[in-house]
Design a protein around this ligand. Structure first.
Ligand code: ZN
Length: 438
């Protein structure tokens, strides 16, 4: 009997050999993607606009594709609303008459102005945030000074902040619960969709934590795994806070084995040497169907690409909308290639990749029997996505019986260039498989 142990999944091929290698050989690898596919694709949608659910979702359901929806929780009735936490806003407004905006007061002012009760004032928050994030710091300060000057003069009225319910985006928590029950991932896109990079600590934490709390309350903890901070921010301060609250961010991931090409990147994913490439693409209105399909083809030409598509508007509602007809054509193109594509939520693919890098597998065999055991170093109540194991068996074995505990699995022996093998899925908490020649 021989026992082999691997601790990192990156180098997976393990051989247990005795004297006559070609006859008696068994090894187990964890396939790069679930079900031994060639690439992963996540369909993600931002901002919770209505047609994502009434138009795009039924198309995906008809193809059995599960998507990730990053929702703005403050928009949904029953949730906690956005608010400014801090000194009385009147005192802040008054102070701006004598103290110019600088690094000491910028975050407080940029946080408060969005909650002074008007869309015009909110635009000052957003514009200052955009300037700040593009490195135009003094311009951002000037923008805030300009906004507060208008609040002081009455050109922009100050009123009590009202919940920003949309007349069109009427999706309820009950709706979201049913979509989640169908297998879609519902995930946080904060409470009010602010420029987090210009919020002070307490207000930034509220946006991140309160959104999470409402998702727990209405949907459950399972939907607090991934999040997207608005405007695709990669601001260091925001990333530090957000990574402390959500295990995975579409904005940025901490893994050294993952190359991240964001939506504006011009780098070709095939040029990366890393184990996985997360390739984000935004199918904006002016992107041709041909280009969109070519993204899928690029995935199929390699073995390490995770295409993360970022959709916004659908059928005229939302930013840069695509039509339902276009989505149907595009998703059908993926469906036709599903033998090689793993289309799954952002959370599921993240979990698979992390699990694969954090489990150890033992492959123990005798003349007529292989026992495979898997141990995960992650919390298996969260990291519970089945990994696909490929166990090569000796050439002489014709038929096998595959058992998980007492459960007999219906598995056929297949063959590739390396040899005969059996493919099966194993959840990290469910750790043992027996393969016996019959
Ligand atoms: Zn957004």
């Amino acid at each position: 009997m021989k026992i082999n142990l691997i601790s990192l999944a990156s180098m997976l091929l393990l051989f247990a050999c005795n004297g006559d290698q070609d006859k008696k050989m068994s090894s187990t690898i964890i396939t790069k993607w679930q079900d031994d596919k060639k690439a992963g694709i996540s369909l993600t949608y931002d901002d919770g606009t209505i047609h994502q659910f009434t138009v795009a979702r039924p198309i995906m359901d008809s193809l059995d594709f599960k998507a990730t929806f990053y929702i703005i929780t403050g928009k949904i009735k029953g949730s906690a609303q956005g608010k400014f936490i801090g000194r009385p806003v009147a005192a802040i407004i008054e102070e701006t008459a004598t103290v110019p905006t600088d690094s000491n007061n910028f975050f407080e002012r940029a946080s408060a102005i969005g909650f002074t009760g008007s869309h015009s004032a909110l635009a000052y928050h957003s514009d200052a945030g955009a300037l700040f994030e593009s490195g135009k710091i003094t311009e951002a300060y000037a923008k805030i000074d300009e906004g507060y000057a208008k609040l002081r003069s009455g050109e922009i009225a100050v009123s009590a902040y009202q919940a920003q319910y949309s007349k069109t985006d009427t999706t309820t928590w009950e709706d979201y619960k049913s979509y989640a029950d169908d297998g879609h991932e519902i995930a946080s896109h904060t409470v009010t969709h602010p420029r987090l990079a210009v919020l002070d600590e307490v207000n930034m934490l509220y946006e991140l934590q309160q959104s999470r709390q409402d998702i727990i309350k209405f949907l459950g903890e399972e939907y607090t795994f991934s999040a997207e901070c608005p405007y695709g921010t990669e601001n260091e301060r925001v990333m530090e806070y957000a990574h402390g609250i959500y295990p995975a961010l579409r904005n940025r991931m901490p893994e050294s084995w993952l190359e991240e090409l964001n939506r504006s990147s011009k780098i070709q994913p095939g040029s990366s040497e890393k184990e996985y490439v997360q390739w984000q693409r935004g199918p904006l209105t002016n992107i041709t169907m041909e280009t969109m399909k070519a993204w899928v083809d690029t995935c199929l030409a390699h073995d390490n690409i995770w295409l993360v598509l970022v959709f916004h508007g659908v059928d005229s509602i939302g930013w840069e909308p695509r039509t339902g007809a276009e989505l149907k054509e595009y998703f059908s193109y993926m469906k036709a290639r599903e033998d090689d594509l793993w289309v799954a939520t952002f959370a599921d693919i993240t979990k698979y990749l992390r699990e694969r890098n954090n489990v150890s597998v033992t492959n123990q065999w005798t003349d007529d029997h292989v026992k495979i055991q898997m141990v995960s170093s992650l919390d298996t109540s969260i990291y519970n996505i089945p990994l696909t194991l490929k166990t090569y068996i000796p050439d002489g074995w014709r038929d096998v019986e595959v058992k998980q505990g007492n459960l007999l699995l219906d598995k056929e022996v297949k063959k590739d260039d390396t040899g005969k093998y059996v493919l099966f899925n194993l959840a990290p908490g469910n750790t043992e498989i027996d393969i016996r020649v019959i």
